[in-house]
Design a protein around this ligand. Structure first.
Ligand code: SDX
Length: 371
């Protein structure tokens, strides 16, 4: 067998340049188009960050007004998108519902195959507006609740929460949700973004790239981890059981969801900001038990494995106390990350370079005809 060095999982392998974001494990930092994500989470709206990722600059007041008008007017679901959601069984995973709905939205688009940058920006903004409506409606239908139409007098996070829960959320809750959407928006060549880029590199269409990315994000080693964090807390039951549960899990060589990261090896740069938002929410909803569970697991994982939390760890409890179903958490991640994905899709299309790595054959060689 030919001996070649294999870079399994492409771990540590730079495969292209990107100007969208910089993930730096050395300084434990994350920049979106040059701005520290902490700055953006502290001061910018979801809409402003979306514009920044797509265009490379923060919007002028006029540009922001234009995006807000476009997004607010594009929130309602088309009848066949609602029918597609309604036709899916309640047992289907919400990530499958989002994936299917995005496929229908793409099929509905008369210019779906047009990769002109202006067309793709239009499609990106449309998906940005539509995914909250899909996620909110799917959670409600699973509780036998009717669809709530969007309100164009509410900003992006306010409207997302309104469509899900049917009432205007407390400003402190809206802000914590905004922070989570900013932090989840973009993270360089993570598995789902790289999936989107591979599909875009064949000059396929934007919606196909997003559908592929949704499939990748669903996995528990990636976006699905935020759901798994709450499933873990549910298995543990009470904070006093954390250490015992962890001992058993580690003895089974289980991966503890919400911990570790392929790139950050000394903690995820986004965690302090998300943890602060989580703590505000656990206080707001009076859940000291969840805070104790969070802290005991974090301490035990540090002591036993020296592995630190990633963004999914504080995000899970935050979405839980807000009232989102656990299986809705990763669809929320889709709503945030669709801006990063579409920024990368457009960057990949501009570079116009087919992604096609090599493999080293380690199978057998033989003939099917007599020598
Ligand atoms: C996201 O890439 C991104 O940017 C992703 C993301 C984004 O914004 O797009 O940041 C979002 O996906 C965050 C990650 C969410 N996933 C999880 O929380 C799942 C649990 N985490 C692990 O599966 C793991 O940490 C990975 C997959 C995230 C990263 O693993 P690596 O870099 O491939 O490291 P590894 O699996 O080779 O582990 C190295 C060692 C191993 O021990 P040994 O076998 O060498 O003894 O550390 C151990 C692992 O067993 N380890 C863990 C662990 N993570 C690593 N052990 C227990 N629990 C964990 N969580």
């Amino acid at each position: 067998m030919e001996e070649r060095e294999i870079y399994k999982g492409l771990a540590g392998v730079p495969v292209d340049y990107t100007a969208v974001s910089k993930v730096d494990p050395e300084s434990n930092s994350l920049l979106y188009r040059g701005y520290p994500v902490q700055d953006l989470a502290a001061t910018k709206s979801v809409e402003e960050v979306a514009w920044l990722l797509w265009y490379g600059e923060l919007p002028t007041p006029e540009q922001l007004d234009g995006l807000v008008e476009t997004e607010r007017s594009a929130r309602a679901l088309a009848p066949n998108v609602r029918r597609a959601i309604d036709d899916l069984p309640m047992t289907s995973h919400p990530m499958d519902v989002v994936r299917t709905a995005v496929s229908v939205i793409g099929a509905n688009d008369p210019d779906a195959e047009d990769n002109d940058p202006e067309q793709n920006l239009r499609k990106a903004k449309h998906l940005f507006a539509q995914i909250p409506a899909i996620v909110a409606y799917d959670q409600r239908r699973r509780h036998g609740l009717p669809l709530i139409e969007p309100r164009d007098d509410l900003d992006y996070p306010q409207n997302f929460l309104y469509m899900t829960f049917g009432e205007e959320a407390n400003p402190e809750v809206v802000d914590a949700f905004r922070v989570s959407m900013v932090l989840y928006a973009e993270h360089s060549f993570n598995a789902s973004t790289f999936t989107a880029r591979v599909i875009a590199s064949t000059l396929s269409d934007l919606h196909s790239s997003v559908v592929g990315a949704i499939g990748a994000l669903k996995g528990p080693l990636h976006g699905g981890a935020n759901e798994a964090v709450m499933e873990t807390f549910g298995q543990i039951g009470t904070p006093d059981k954390v250490e015992e549960w962890l001992d058993d899990a580690l003895a089974r060589k289980a991966k503890i969801m919400g911990f570790g990261h392929r790139v950050y090896k000394n903690g995820d740069s986004r965690v302090p900001t998300m943890r602060a938002a989580m703590e505000r929410m656990l206080d707001h909803y009076d859940r000291p038990d969840l805070l104790e569970m969070y802290e005991r697991m974090e301490k035990a994982m540090g002591e036993q494995k020296n592995i630190k939390p990633n963004l999914d760890y504080p995000a899970g409890p935050t979405y839980h106390v807000m009232g989102f179903d656990t299986e809705t958490f990763t669809p929320i991640f889709v709503a945030a990350r669709v801006t990063g994905w579409t920024a990368h899709i457009m960057e990949q299309l501009a570079s116009n370079a087919l992604i096609r790595p090599l493999s080293v054959y380690n199978g057998i060689e033989r003939r099917a005809v007599p020598e």
